[in-house]
Every structure is written in C-alpha cells, then in structure tokens.
Design a protein around this ligand. Structure first.
Ligand code: SF4
Length: 91
C-alpha cells in the first residue's frame, strides 16, 4: 500500500488498512552517519531514508550495508579469496 504518514504516496510494505504497522507507527529520521548517502530523501517532516524505516538500526551493528557514501573493503588475511567452498564429507 501507499504510505499515508511520512512518505506519502510511496509504496510501502508496512502500510496496512489500519495505518503504518512499523514500530512506533512511522519511519524514523536519518542519523548523522547517513549524511552524504544518496538514499536520503527530503519530506515535509524531515529527512528520511528511502530504503529503511529505521536508519539508526542499520548502523547499530556496524556500517549500513546500503550506504552509498561509504565503501567497505574486505580484508582477507592470507590474500586468498575463497568462494563456494564445500563442506568436507564426514567419514
Ligand atoms: S541507506 Fe543506510 S546510510 Fe543510506 S540513508 Fe539509508 S540507513 Fe542511512
């Protein structure tokens, strides 16, 4: 359904016939770490993420995985990239 609270008119999975089903009944504004991200949108009530209803939660455990302004470099200790390893058979 289309949002009828903060992001009016935007398609949202949290919107129901009874209103916004997200915790607290509406999206939460961006946090300081979101500054510079291309997913930030301006709405009448402030600035919000167009991907997530609670940006602070995306930063709680580290870097937001959808942030466009931060590049995450993966470091492998021995320099090898391991892809598609299969489990060893139990004997
Ligand atoms: S994608 Fe992540 S960093 Fe970007 S605005 Fe949303 S929560 Fe913030």
């Amino acid at each position: 359904m289309h949002c009828a609270t903060i992001k009016q008119g935007i398609e949202c999975t949290f919107m129901t016939q009874k209103g916004c089903d997200f915790t607290g009944g509406a999206c939460r504004p961006i946090v300081e770490k979101c500054e510079g991200c291309d997913r930030v949108r301006e709405y009448a009530d402030g600035r919000y993420c167009n991907q997530f209803p609670d940006p602070a939660a995306k930063w709680r455990l580290g870097v937001c995985n959808m942030a466009t302004h931060i590049k995450v470099e993966s470091k492998v200790a021995d320099g090898k990239v391991r892809v598609g390893q299969q489990k060893q058979k139990k004997k």
